[in-house]
Ligand binder design. Structure first.
Ligand SMILES: CC(C)(COP(=O)(O)OP(=O)(O)OC[C@H]1O[C@@H](n2cnc3c(N)ncnc32)[C@H](O)[C@@H]1OP(=O)(O)O)[C@@H](O)C(=O)NCCC(=O)NCCS
Length: 263
């Protein structure tokens, strides 16, 4: 993987060992469902993954327009491929991932039955990778695009995310050989100037800095819908990176969010 950072992030910038935090995830079976209203006619649930979700995951991951912006770029060939992907979010792998299923329910009065309209699975979102920095990702079935659902779901997710318990961790860039990993680590390291009073104290050496944790969104530069979503959810553009994905050179934009000041 090659990188080509813009001037706001110098590829030669050294990153010292630093302390930051990482969330602690409860096992997926102990996670709760969160329900909110998107608007007068649409409600949203963020539900933890369950082993019975495979047909929903496969239905989502066999829409070509959904998959084009993923790292594989192609639809899942069969249920076993979807099952391997889904295993990332089930025990024991749920110790390092925090993805949730997106369900919606329409509440058009004319469609109400006694039982009410059913919930429909329409997507997933969450943190699929914690290392070297936590990554966010999301995808929705195409028939639900352009209704503000991803924006609403991500805002809801972020509230859950920053409330998770945290542990302190030490990041040691000297153990990283991959330039991509170093690039992402640099994004977090650079937070020490923007958000942490302790690190502004010149008596504190870089080795003892506690750098504010970031949440990273890597977005292909032509994915304008996704760019709008993160910008509306308070993410800030930090840098770009040219990488080889699916046998072609693509430019990924790096957007990051930090814990809101009021939390
Ligand atoms: C990206 C994605 C999650 C957005 O979901 P969504 O529910 O449609 O998003 P929202 O409606 O909350 O917001 C998207 C905004 O971008 C706009 N938009 C969408 N495509 C656009 C495009 N090609 N150019 C400009 N704006 C675009 C929408 O119109 C909307 O803005 P508006 O509210 O002003 O109309 C969805 O398109 C998706 O699942 N894509 C495939 C997977 C993917 O790309 N995931 C992200 C990987 S980083």
């Amino acid at each position: 993987m090659t990188t080509d950072q813009q001037p706001n992030l110098q590829p030669t910038q050294k990153v010292a060992r630093y302390k930051t935090t990482r969330p602690i995830f409860a096992p997926t079976l102990n996670r709760k469902t969160t329900e909110t209203r998107i608007n007068d006619s649409l409600s949203l649930q963020l539900r933890p993954f369950s082993p019975t979700d495979l047909p929903h995951v496969h239905r989502l991951r066999t829409q070509p327009s959904v998959m084009i912006n993923t790292s594989t770029g192609i639809i899942d060939a069969d249920l076993s491929v979807s099952s391997v992907w889904m295993a990332r979010y089930l025990p024991p792998n749920d110790a390092t991932t925090f993805d949730l299923m997106i369900w919606v329910k329409q509440s058009d009065a004319s469609e109400h039955t006694d039982a009410g309209p059913p919930w429909e699975h329409i997507g997933v979102l969450g943190c699929h990778m914690l290392s070297p920095v936590p990554h966010i990702g999301y995808m929705l079935r195409t028939e639900w695009w352009g209704k503000g659902i991803a924006t609403h779901a991500l805002k809801t997710f972020l509230r859950l995310w920053w409330l998770l318990p945290r542990r302190e961790v030490e990041i040691d860039p000297s153990s990283m050989e991959d330039e991509h990993e170093l690039h992402l680590t640099r994004l977090e390291w650079n937070q020490r100037q923007s958000g942490n009073a302790k690190s502004l104290d010149s008596s504190v050496t870089p080795e003892t800095d506690v750098v504010p944790e970031i949440l990273l969104a890597e977005i292909e530069e032509r994915n304008f819908g996704s760019i709008k979503v993160v910008e509306r959810c308070g993410f800030t553009y930090r840098a770009s990176e040219s990488v080889v994905e699916k046998n072609r050179q693509v430019t990924l934009l790096n957007y990051t969010a930090s814990r809101p000041a009021a939390d």
